[in-house]
Ligand binder design. Structure first.
Ligand code: KIV
Ligand code: NA
Length: 264
């Protein structure tokens, strides 16, 4: 099985082959995701919400990201593994960004990092790439800035459209190998995708991107308290897990399990 590289992704865009990206946060799920043919595994800072129970991605630390990414890398043979740089690990300057992203590469064995921001992060992205660290950009809705916007609102509408196009160009010019477009109108994502030579990966960005990313727990229905419009559930595993676990509780309480078949 040939390992996916940033070069593979570039070629996929040229050949019009869509890129499937999905998050994973631990060894066992990474095994399953990699095996199913996902091209890029993102160890998203969304782990703060779905794995750790924070109410945003803001509290996530480098330690937490390193811990989870090490586990994911142990489960992956084929997919490109991207380490999502957490809040304050790169916004404080180029030197901090290089030290933290370099640490991610050295300690976890990941293949690349992702940082949120367009024009504002152009010099940081360039410095990381110059240091030998592949970078995936992330523009549009930037969840680490939730406190500035007061919610997870659609971006790139009206006057903001030109800013988003400029952000996309800045990320490409800085040397990023791909860019995530989050929660922007489909026609804007289409224009950005046609303008850039690097692949665009959409989430809530419509059907015209070069690839797609979703959160593991969302698309499997494991996290099912609410469902944003852009999430498609390919299974209802939350329901299935609750059923299985309550069956187990019932059987333990009634003495039905363990039975002879499961005993020595
Ligand atoms: O943290 C994450 O899962 C992400 C994706 C939603 C792009 O950044
Ligand atoms: Na993220």
């Amino acid at each position: 099985m040939k390992k996916v590289t940033t070069k593979t992704l570039r070629e996929m865009k040229i050949n019009g082959e869509k890129i499937a990206m999905l998050t994973a946060y631990d060894y066992t799920s990474a095994l399953i995701v990699d095996n199913a043919g996902v091209d890029v595994i993102l160890v998203g800072d969304s782990l703060g919400m779905v794995m750790l129970g924070y109410d945003s991605t803001v509290p996530v630390t480098m330690e937490e990201m390193v811990h989870h990414t090490k586990a994911v890398v142990r489960g992956v043979e084929r997919a490109l593994v991207v380490f999502d740089m957490p809040f304050l690990s790169y916004q404080t300057g180029v030197r901090d960004a290089i030290l933290n992203a370099g640490r991610a590469l050295k300690e976890t064995g990941c293949d690349a990092v992702k940082i949120e921001g367009g024009i504002e992060q152009k010099s940081t992205i360039k410095a990381l790439v110059d240091a030998g660290i592949p970078v995936c950009g992330h523009i549009g809705l930037q969840p680490q800035s939730v406190n500035v916007y007061g919610g997870y609102v659609l971006r790139g509408k009206g006057e903001e459209r030109e800013k988003l196009i400029a952000d996309a160009k800045a990320v490409e010019e800085a040397g990023a190998f791909a860019v995530v477009l989050e929660k922007i109108p489909s026609d804007l994502a289409k224009e950005i995708t046609e303008t850039l030579s690097i692949p665009t990966i959409g989430i809530g960005a419509g059907p015209f991107c070069d690839g797609q990313v979703l959160v593991f727990h969302d698309m499997l229905g494991i996290f099912d308290k609410f469902k944003p419009k852009f999430v498609k559930r390919y299974a209802e595993l939350g329901k299935e897990m609750r059923r299985a676990i309550s069956d187990y509780v019932e059987e333990v309480k009634t003495g039905k399990f363990p039975d002879r078949e499961h005993s020595y």
